[in-house]
Design a binder for this molecule. Structure first.
Ligand code: ADP
Ligand code: MG
Length: 712
């Protein structure tokens, strides 16, 4: 449940909100322990930020006779007329009969029986709320919310009672969704406006007609009317989004203002020589624009921290090459990191050949670099004679010392953890410029939120002459047609990928699955007419390299692989991508895989094979894939289907853990928050004007400090 993951809160030092939860009336040590364990509620403030998921209108009481097969949740007022424990062991349960003027309803408890027996008594009337289920044709409520009717009536009419997320264990201790409201009520009685001071500037409150903060907190728990509740939610959502935007923005603007970076003052011989004489193609306008952005960024004396997004095949590699040459021209070393050995090798191969006529030393360093070679590389790096290093995460190992590292390019960023990236900063006295390249398009809202502290470039244009990949969905039963199609493409001299999913958690089963697939493919495409290479995670690097190389050099027409191929592999002659069991892949993965074809001048195809039965989400993913090639649209859809928590590369950043706001549903509010944050900082970057003081004060509280300073 969403709420359960939300830990930390607004805790300011000597504030009542930082009081331990056990000190709240009605809590005590036992319940406090449970609240901590089950709901991450440690302080008064945590409880304040534990929001109800719904409100019950207490004036609305259903009759037992109204219950029918469609009844979902109901609230009744009735008298307990009997109590009975029945069943043994796991089936042991407490069953009560509850009677109103129209009938009898059964209430059942499997847990917390002792507590219920102590607190609920025969002959008394209660307000009962819960979900109706049917057992052998009889309606019942299992683990209802239940409380004395008298106290309820005392609470007065027209009262929207909050119901909170709770757990079975808490229910067993008398802290069900309803009872938590009693705690909140006790808490609210202790709080005054000064405990929840306003933190937004007046200007914003006025222009967006937002409730004041204290009022919003009160209304979200105990609304005086439904509309007040909506206003409270809006206010608190805005606050979350706005503060997140503000922090990100401040990080970025502070970096712009205060960071020290190496200066790439000139465009020198290497860059110019390559640009004028050896570029294999004319750059697209988008590529030119990005290179310009990088050039002006790196010339300022500030450290560049830039995210470069470009759809698969948009030509990010050449941007990386030119950026590295720029650094080397200015006397610095450059380094390019790739997430996999295959990709590192490919970069090395492609970049070495691009720069064959340029006088610059390039080496490849990966986990499988032989000891002797490695020693030489490390040596040449530290004396500065080696200018360009390409590799996997091996390049950030302790042992690797640069002489004067000026620029680091990270390809397919989401595969690198935050800690790994942080290591980079230790490689040079002045932190090197960083360019993060990703082909997994991130929706704008997500980029704004998760990477808002980075500068941002987009290559939104594909090189000319590309034909969009035609994507089709075929069922297993149509396999022979697919095979015929593959044969016809191979006859034209083209090459084909066939990808198998990683479906089991076990390496071994995946391997067996792939092997079976491979044998099948081989039966359809026998030697010597056809040759097949295979790639998978269990192969030693040399073998991977050999297999990849055979495919690149057209020795083999078919490459059978798991998703190790996913990221960045570039073989322009390959025109068919067949994805087996495509229903098992996520959208961004499918899009990445499809991006392996359509890289040359020839018409390309992506065939999504699937079983006959498809779940709704799988069907939707396949529909999206067959209807668009646009990576950004696909990313939006992915975000919608999976929610932000699962989008690669953002999970560890922690910035998407909003309590209330959703970057999918609250997009307009997010845009507003972003604009407002930018406006404020533009006028008052240090938040020193009187109007912004509440904001500044709030951000300076402990627990509000920015902790994501080195996302990249
Ligand atoms: P990605 O952005 O996915 O890393 P690559 O850099 O691998 O893309 O480029 C994809 C393919 O497009 C490569 O074969 C590359 O040589 C080619 N390419 C890149 N830029 C251009 C361009 N401006 N004109 C023509 N082809 C280009
Ligand atoms: Mg690439």
């Amino acid at each position: 449940m969403l709420f359960l993951q939300k830990a930390k809160t607004i805790s300011s030092a000597a504030n009542i909100l930082s009081s331990p939860i056990e000190y709240l009336k009605g809590v005590g040590p036992q319940r406090a322990d449970l609240l901590k364990k089950e709901l991450n509620i440690f302080t008064f403030g945590d409880l304040l930020n534990h929001f109800p998921y719904r409100h019950v209108d207490k004036t609305k009481i259903n009759l037992i006779s109204e219950i029918n097969a469609d009844t979902d949740y109901i609230q009744i007022a009735g008298q307990i007329i009997s109590f009975e424990i029945i069943g043994q062991k796991k089936g042991r349960r407490l069953v009560a009969q509850c009677k109103d003027q129209t009938g009898i309803l059964e209430l059942t408890w499997f847990q917390g029986i002792n507590w219920i027996q102590k607190t609920i008594h025969e002959g008394y009337s209660y307000l009962v709320y819960g979900k109706v289920t049917f057992y052998q044709g009889h309606p019942q409520i299992i683990h209802p919310e239940i409380e004395k009717l008298a106290s309820e009536q005392a609470a007065g009419k027209n009262f929207l009672e909050p119901i909170y997320p709770s757990t079975e264990k808490l229910k067993a201790k008398g802290l069900g969704g309803r009872q938590i409201g009693k705690l909140t009520q006790a808490l609210m009685a202790l709080l005054t406006e000064k405990d929840i001071p306003e933190n937004l500037p007046d200007e914003i409150l006025k222009s967006l007609k937002l409730l004041k903060r204290f009022n919003a907190y009160r209304q979200i728990h105990f609304p005086s009317a439904a509309i007040e509740f909506d206003d409270a939610v809006k206010r608190l959502k805005f606050e979350e989004l706005f503060l997140a935007q503000l922090r990100m923005n401040m990080l970025r603007s502070n970096r712009h203002r205060f960071s020290k970076g190496v200066v790439f003052a000139k465009v020198g011989e290497l860059f110019n020589g390559f640009y004028k004489n050896h570029l294999p193609f004319a750059l697209t306008n988008a590529q030119k624009r990005v290179i310009k952005e990088i050039r002006s960024d790196t010339a300022t004396g500030k450290q560049m921290n830039r995210l470069l997004q470009g759809d698969v095949g948009s030509g990010k590699t050449i941007v990386a090459v030119l950026t590295m040459l720029l650094g080397i021209d200015n006397g610095y070393q450059a380094c390019l990191m790739a997430p996999t050995e295959i990709l590192a090798q490919q970069h090395f191969r492609i970049i070495s050949s691009l720069l064959a006529n340029i006088n610059v030393s390039i080496k490849l360093l990966t986990g499988s670099t032989k000891a002797g070679e490695r020693k030489k590389i490390l040596n040449d790096l530290s004396d500065g004679s080696l200018k360009m290093l390409i590799g996997t995460h091996a390049v950030i190992e302790e042992m690797v010392r640069f002489n004067n590292l000026g620029i680091v390019i990270i390809d397919e960023q989401h595969r690198f953890g935050v800690a790994q990236r942080a290591k980079l900063w230790e490689k040079a006295a002045v932190p090197p410029h960083i360019l993060v390249m990703t082909a997994t398009p991130i929706p704008r809202t997500l980029a704004m939120t998760a990477y808002g502290d980075l500068d941002y470039s987009v290559i939104d244009e594909l090189p000319p002459g590309r034909q969009p990949v035609t994507t089709v969905h075929r069922y297993e039963s149509q396999r022979s047609k697919v095979i015929d199609f593959i044969r016809s493409e191979i006859d034209k001299g083209r090459q084909v990928y066939i990808i198998f999913p990683l479906i089991e958690e076990s390496d071994k089963l995946d391997y067996e699955n792939l092997m079976k697939g491979y044998e099948n493919v081989k039966a359809y495409f026998p030697e010597p007419k056809y040759w097949i290479s295979m790639l998978h995670g269990r192969q030693p690097p040399e073998q991977k390299e050999i297999n990849m190389k055979r495919f690149i050099e057209k020795d083999t027409q078919i490459l059978v692989s798991t998703t190790v191929i996913e990221v960045g592999v570039d073989v322009p002659n390959a025109t068919v991508m067949v994805i087996e069991s495509s229903e098992k892949f996520g959208l961004s993965q499918l899009h990445q895989l499809r991006g392996r074809v359509g890289r040359g001048a020839d018409k390309s195809y992506c065939i999504l094979l699937s079983g006959q039965k498809l779940g709704n989400d799988a069907r939707e993913r396949i529909r999206v894939m067959t209807s668009t090639n646009n990576g950004f649209l696909i990313a939006e859809k992915d975000l919608e289907l999976r929610g932000p928590g699962d989008i690669e590369g953002t999970r560890q950043s922690g910035v998407l853990n909003f309590r209330l706001a959703s970057i999918v549903q609250d997009r307009p509010l997010l845009e507003t928050a972003r604009n407002m944050a930018a406006n404020i900082l533009e006028k008052d970057p240090d938040l020193i004007s009187a109007g912004n003081l509440p904001l500044k004060k709030f951000l300076q509280q402990p627990g509000q400090k920015v902790v994501w300073s080195k996302i990249s």
